[in-house]
Design a protein around this ligand. Structure first.
Ligand SMILES: *Cc1c(COP(=O)(O)O)cnc(C)c1O
Length: 733
């Protein structure tokens, strides 16, 4: 029976703390823990396992527990807080480098909304001891990557699960593997639990992070476990996927979790389906030798398993679809697994490879793409599965991405009462459009966030200048060499932001395609402008790294040709905290991918959450969020997706066509900005972005749409609340 205990949380610190079977826990009461665990371990299997290769949820960006401690005025210096877990909150790392970009941040945001909505979900991912790399940028060398060593032991909200049979010892799960000599072997993993806690501290989603980096684990696997998307070899990649997929059933069994439904956030964990199929076959054949199964028996087992799987596909870009050489896979999996893959992971274009996207497409009861446009493209890519592929457009967790200054404004206006619990409330913002008090409060909050961003960037530039003398790293910004110690970038100047992974299809360098033409716009009108850019390229993505070099290389030319009016700044080491500062602080958020390769995109939604307008190609979510120009601007190629060109080769990335379109648009944007001191046209678009897009592109609505695929029994109260979120939008229409 699912319980929904919404008794108010005691505000005194002693009630926030509690002990339980797992030791001292996160500041969550025993009652909450029992509710969550009860939901996941019930006989009916009325819960969902959410499987993701990465989860991005840095506590320095959002942590309800830290906020609570702050509200209670408990600080690191307080004498009455000796508990270790509290020390971690104050002095532990604020970042958990277990994500590389949008996929991970989406997972984190989704899980936070699941927690806020009290849904019975458990998440599974891997823990990477060396995280995802940290980025250093040198103006000559471009991106340099540095491994991140972090201590989960010191990280707030992370807890190593204990073995119930061996008190005081960590729980180890055993995961069957093959070694390099084709012999059966066992990999061991310990299990970290991170709690994604609801805003009101009365519920949480457990994230089980499998940590294979143990002395008992065979070296090959142990080494592959070190770093997220380690680029060493396709073997490492295949092993990482296998660690995730094969670890799921053992960890659920060890913890007594009974979930009926598995949600694959991308196909990375699809090996779990192979295990479930093997289990089904075992039931039919009553033999552990599954090689004697007939094709029909395998297909029947796959159909049974498909009933338990929901699948989200995140990209039309084929590099994002895992494919492995059959010969490579033969080295890490049993013959019976190969039988299953031979049937279900066929790749018609490359008969020598297994295609795991094809596998996931085949074995699910419901598949969804991440925007309407992406659905149409996915239908074309997988015509044989078109009838089960729907659209559930991505969202972001509004409580994570709305800046403190903006949140203060929303708190002050009675029209927006309840916005924290219900992002649908933002529909009322449209009625506040002409309210002078609201407009000026929002304007002031915007200015405050812009100042925070500029202080950060100016400090960074100053630091880089001193490092120029102290280290061998050439600062990544030409501007550093120009200025003396008192020159600073000016926050009153129009500033465009762009930050995301540097993949070639995202075309970070698009708008600098013709610097003469771009500079002329500024010079002929005497318009100053800043461009703030950030983002990491995957360490193995040489073309992506080249785009970073292009950006660095354009700085001097742009400055010179614009007679100093335009400054292009690159901010290294993009992460969630930087993302939040950028989307809240710039005057417009740019997205310039090649349509239709940006399946959704979420950073633009984060700008919308702060009432910042977007300038974007009509791709991904923006096709749905543009609203005829009320919320921002569009530019670039807009052809039908029927015969869409999905190529990523430079000649086919439409640089000339789409940059020209941008140069045609830009003067009107700048005119709007500089025509009055209040930037009223921008404020208007920003307010419409809040009113029209926050109610749609949030993860509470996303959770409600996923829920329709989950087939869960929920208490009436929760069901009703989720229905109200589902009514905010219908992605698939
Ligand atoms: C939101 C976010 C992304 C995803 O941005 P897109 O616009 O979807 O490419 C990537 N990295 C970080 C750190 C983010 O916060």
């Amino acid at each position: 029976m699912l319980r929904n205990d919404t008794a108010p949380i005691e505000t005194s610190l002693s009630h926030l703390l509690s002990s339980n079977d797992f030791g001292e826990f996160f500041g969550i009461t025993q009652n909450v823990l029992d509710t969550v665990w009860g939901n996941l371990t019930g006989k009916e299997g009325n819960s969902v396992v959410y499987i993701s290769m990465e989860i991005g949820a840095d506590p320095d960006v959002y942590s309800p527990i830290l906020k609570k401690l702050h509200d209670l005025q408990v600080t690191g210096e307080s004498h009455d807080s000796p508990q270790d877990f509290l020390k971690k909150f104050f002095f532990g790392p604020g970042k958990i480098p277990n994500y590389s970009g949008g996929l991970g941040v989406l997972a984190g945001d989704t899980l936070k909304s699941f927690a806020d909505c009290h849904l019975p979900v458990v998440a599974i991912s891997l823990l990477y001891r060396h995280g995802y790399f940290s980025q250093i940028v040198d103006s000559q060398l471009g991106q340099l990557s540095q491994r991140v060593d972090w201590n989960p032991e010191d990280t707030p909200g992370l807890y190593l699960l204990q073995d119930p049979q061996r008190p005081g010892k960590p729980l180890h799960i055993e995961v069957p593997f093959l070694n390099e000599y084709d012999q059966e072997t066992v990999a061991f993993a310990q299990v970290w639990l991170k709690a994604e806690v609801s805003e009101t501290l009365d519920f949480f989603i457990p994230e089980l992070l499998l940590d294979f980096f143990l002395p008992e684990t065979p070296a090959l696997i142990k080494n592959a476990a070190k770093q997220l998307y380690d680029s060493e070899s396709s073997m490492v990649k295949a092993l990482q996927r296998r660690m995730l997929g094969t670890g799921i059933i053992p960890v659920l069994q060890a913890l007594g979790i009974t979930s009926r439904t598995f949600h694959l956030n991308e196909q990375h964990g699809v090996v779990v389906a192979m295990q479930l199929i093997a289990e089904e076959l075992y039931k039919t054949l009553r033999s552990s030798d599954l090689t004697c199964a007939t094709n029909n028996q395998i297909l029947a087992a796959a159909n049974t398993v498909a009933e338990r799987i929901v699948y989200t596909i995140h990209t039309p870009v084929t590099a994002g679809h895992d494919r492995f050489d059959k010969s490579l896979y033969a080295g890490i999996s049993h013959k019976s697994c190969q039988r299953i893959l031979d049937l279900l992971a066929k790749d018609d274009d490359n008969p020598q490879t297994y295609n795991f996207t094809n596998f996931a497409m085949q074995v699910n009861r419901s598949a969804n793409s991440v925007s309407r446009l992406h659905r149409d493209v996915t239908h074309k890519q997988f015509p044989q599965h078109a009838d089960k592929i729907t659209a559930i457009t991505n969202g972001v967790h509004h409580l994570t991405w709305i800046s403190d200054a903006r949140a203060d404004v929303f708190d002050r206006f009675p029209e927006l009462t309840g916005w924290r619990q219900d992002p649908g409330i933002f529909r009322s913002v449209c009625h506040l459009k002409n309210n002078q008090g609201f407009r000026s409060a929002l304007q002031n909050a915007w200015r405050a966030d812009t100042r925070i961003l500029f202080d950060f960037v100016n400090n960074m530039l100053r630091r880089h200048r001193s490092q120029m003398i102290e280290t061998w790293i050439d600062p990544p910004n030409y501007y550093s060499s120009l200025i003396d110690h008192i020159t600073k970038l000016n926050p009153d100047i129009f500033t465009i932001g762009f930050a995301r992974r540097f993949s070639t299809y995202k075309r970070a360098d698009l708008i600098f395609y013709d610097i003469d033409m771009l500079s002329k716009i500024f010079v002929s009108n005497n318009w100053p402008i800043n461009f703030f850019f950030a983002g990491k390229a995957h360490p193995a993505d040489e073309p992506g790294k080249t785009v970073i070099k292009h950006i660095l290389g354009y700085q001097e030319e742009l400055h010179r040709k614009s007679k100093g009016l335009a400054n292009l700044i690159f901010i290294p080491n993009y992460d969630m905290a930087l993302a939040k500062m950028l989307v809240a602080g710039v005057h417009a958020w740019l997205n310039s991918p090649k349509r239709p390769l940006e399946a959704s995109g979420t950073s633009g939604m984060k700008a919308a959450m702060n009432g910042v307008p977007n300038i974007s190609i009509m791709d991904g979510w923006w096709v749905e969020g543009y609203h005829n120009g009320e919320t921002g601007w569009k530019f670039g190629h807009e052809g039908p997706v029927d015969n869409a060109n999905l190529s990523e080769s430079r000649e086919e990335l439409l640089y000339k066509e789409d940059s020209t379109s941008f140069y045609n648009l830009l003067p009107s944007v700048l005119e709007d900005f500089y025509k009055d001191r209040a930037h009223s046209a921008f404020l208007e678009k920003g307010i419409m972005n809040l009113g029209k897009n926050v109610p749609i592109f949030n993860t509470h609505r996303l959770a409600a749409e996923y829920l329709k695929k989950y087939d869960l029994q929920l208490p009436a109260e929760i069901k009703e609340r989720m229905q109200s979120f589902a009514q905010l939008y219908s992605s698939d229409s």
